[in-house]
Write a protein that binds this ligand. Structure first.
Ligand code: SF4
Length: 635
């Protein structure tokens, strides 16, 4: 084949327009598994008079190019436990099976209707345990009535007072809004995954995680029981697929969503959630601060296959007109209960921002940069009192225990610049978070601890060491960290560098940063850029930690690259569409997809082609394919 045969026949501008991705209608190279429908979780019945789905609620569906959804079966459950994975089918006939966060959206056999929400995968497991009751009074026994509750088992949405029906305790879908009645614990001991684990019980959720991660279920239970891992799984979010966050597991990533008072709509935020999980987000946080805060969260929860986190103080602040000094424990508690009943899986709680720590930030270069931290610092100063989240922490534990909501103990005093990294304020708060971790554990409430922020590379390892010492090995969940402050517009890169290193040293989950950090609300493209950057960081950390399953993915891609199996290389990529589009930019012809060179070096200088020739001349055998490789989960 000559270079002319595969040279682009179109101007580059035409090529790029023709190669633009169309992920919403992507067609897999292989058929979906026949057993897919039989393996689906219980579905919700269609609601009578369900409104037609308007265009603005259509979300991205369909598998990634070259992938299909497949299932691993639980070993001890007679095939009842089916764990969805992503299978990349190679041209050699081999398969690579990868951890999959995308939920049913990449399964072409599932009819997606965001107005009905996802099927409640975990509902039968929760019901079978028999330790929940349906709350009709808005947090009965743990803090009184939630706002929006009209006392007749029919709730209003809190935004406009319009009635929202419930149907047999399940999600209703009336007028484009959804709500479900809240379940909570009966008084039979904590229903948290930590409580079960400490009592020696292996739940279906733990089994699910074990299958997905390639670990024994007993290991999952033991890590949770020791507090070294969390399995965020509110009983009111049965749509979620179980996952674990801890040092012993694959490094996870979180993507932040949420509208603000300035821009973005509910439909956009739901699509961002679907989009983020499509590319690999293990959890999402709804950080909405504008109007429709309650309704936005409801839509995200009912459609999210991954755990959802929030920062309840944002909603509490909305309830008091945005004035921090007007905040009360009661307003905060009611916001927490509302969110518990909706199904939020983990909550950032800035209980470690103590009044005496606030003056420590006065000499900082960038002061307090956490929204929650700044709100509580303002409250403490206005009232000359201790942070009400700290003084009411035991009550908060009782509430979260009733729904199995996980604490994400917030770092309200995290550094906002490398100049402030590891300073006295940050470390004082960290010590308090360690104290609160033990309080939560006494209530069987799961805990992870949040960390910075902005940290130069040489201080990253110390952050992990101090967190482990002070917080008793509770999982660490860090924002980045950004390793330099000089690149606004590229902070997904400045922070992914720090994320890879802090993940390598033991951080369990990495909160993504997008290119818009410090500059504006991220859009869909920014979300993808942030997620991909953080998937790279998390995977690099898994490789550095020596996870053999992680390495198998790299090896499969390297084999495809060296063998010039271009389609396999694209399909194994974190972002198959971009990989193919870049190749198409200069070599779009079908014949180029088997050529033994690309446009980077050209045919005469292709080192891999020359290397293959050397290998062939010396009589060395060609590399063999991977067979069936379970790549991301550890073996
Ligand atoms: S031309 Fe260069 S970049 Fe392209 S495949 Fe060969 S060695 Fe790799």
């Amino acid at each position: 084949m000559s270079l002319d045969e595969i040279r682009p026949s179109l101007p580059l501008s035409d090529v790029s327009s023709r190669s633009s991705s169309s992920c919403g209608t992507a067609v897999p190279d292989s058929a979906a598994p026949d057993a897919a429908s039989a393996l689906s979780p219980p579905s919700r019945p269609p609601l009578p008079h369900a409104p037609r789905q308007p265009a603005e609620t259509v979300v991205t569906t369909g598998p990634l190019p070259g992938s299909r959804r497949t299932w691993l079966l639980g070993a001890d459950t007679d095939g009842e436990l089916r764990v969805p994975m992503r299978e990349v089918v190679l041209s050699t006939g081999d398969s690579v099976v990868l951890y999959d966060t995308s939920g049913p959206y990449t399964d072409p056999t599932v009819n997606i209707d965001v107005r009905r929400g996802l099927a409640p995968l975990r509902a039968p497991w929760i019901d079978a345990r028999g330790d929940t009751e349906t709350s009709v009074g808005g947090g009965v026994g743990v803090g009184g009535r939630a706002e929006g509750e009209n006392g007749a088992g029919v709730r209003t949405d809190g935004d406009n007072g319009a009635p929202l029906e419930t149907v047999n305790g399940q999600v209703g879908a009336i007028g484009g809004r959804q709500v479900r009645r809240g379940a909570r614990a009966l008084d039979r001991g904590a229903l948290t995954q930590l409580g079960y684990a400490r009592r020696g019980e292996i739940t279906r959720e733990m089994e699910f995680v074990g299958v997905r991660e390639g670990l024994p279920a007993e290991t999952v239970r033991a890590e949770i029981a020791a507090g070294r891992a969390v399995l965020p799984a509110n009983v009111n979010h049965p749509e979620s697929e179980p996952m674990a966050i801890g040092r012993a597991f694959l490094v996870k990533i979180n993507a932040n969503l949420g509208n603000s008072a300035v821009t973005s709509s509910i439909a956009e935020e739901v699509e961002k959630m679907v989009w983020a999980t499509r590319w690999g987000a293990d959890t999402v946080m709804d950080l909405s601060t504008g109007a429709d805060i309650h309704r936005t969260r409801e839509w995200i929860l009912r459609n999210s296959p991954v755990p959802v986190g929030t920062v309840p103080i944002y909603e509490a602040l909305e309830q008091v007109g945005g004035r921090p000094e007007e905040l009360t424990w009661a307003a905060y508690r009611d916001a927490v209960i509302r969110q518990c009943e909706q199904g939020v899986d983990y909550m950032t709680v800035h209980a470690g921002v103590l009044a005496r720590y606030v003056p420590l930030t006065a000499r900082r270069r960038t002061g307090i940069v956490s929204r929650g931290g700044a709100i509580l610092a303002a409250w403490c100063r206005a009232h000359q009192q201790e942070n009400f989240l700290y003084t009411h922490f035991e009550e908060l534990c009782e509430i979260l225990a009733a729904y199995d909501v996980t604490f994400s103990l917030g770092d309200g005093l995290r550094p906002g610049s490398v100049s402030d990294a590891n300073d006295e304020a940050q470390l004082a708060e960290l010590a308090t978070l360690g104290e609160l971790t033990q309080v939560a554990w006494r209530h069987d409430v799961q805990v992870m601890v949040e960390g910075p922020g902005h940290v130069p590379l040489h201080l990253v390892e110390e952050n992990v060491r101090l967190q482990r010492e002070l917080c008793h090995d509770a999982p660490f969940y860090t924002l980045g960290p950004l390793t330099t402050d000089i690149a606004p517009g590229y902070d997904h890169i400045t922070s992914a560098i720090g994320a890879a290193v802090i993940g390598w040293h033991g951080t369990a989950m990495l909160c993504y940063v997008t290119p818009k950090e410090h500059l504006g609300l991220p859009d869909r493209d920014d979300v993808k850029a942030g997620v991909i950057a953080y998937k790279i960081a998390a995977h690099a950390a898994d490789l550095a930690k020596g996870h053999p399953g992680a390495r198998a993915w790299d090896d499969a891609l390297s084999d495809a690259r060296f063998a010039f199996r271009w389609a396999d290389q694209f399909h194994l990529a974190l972002d198959p569409e971009t990989a193919r589009a870049f190749h198409d930019e200069t070599l779009p012809a079908p014949a180029a997809k088997s050529a033994h060179f690309c446009s980077m070096c050209g045919p005469h200088f292709c080192s891999m082609r020359l290397s293959q020739q050397v290998r062939s001349d010396s009589g060395e055998p060609a590399p063999t394919g991977p067979g069936l490789v379970q790549a991301a989960p550890r073996s």
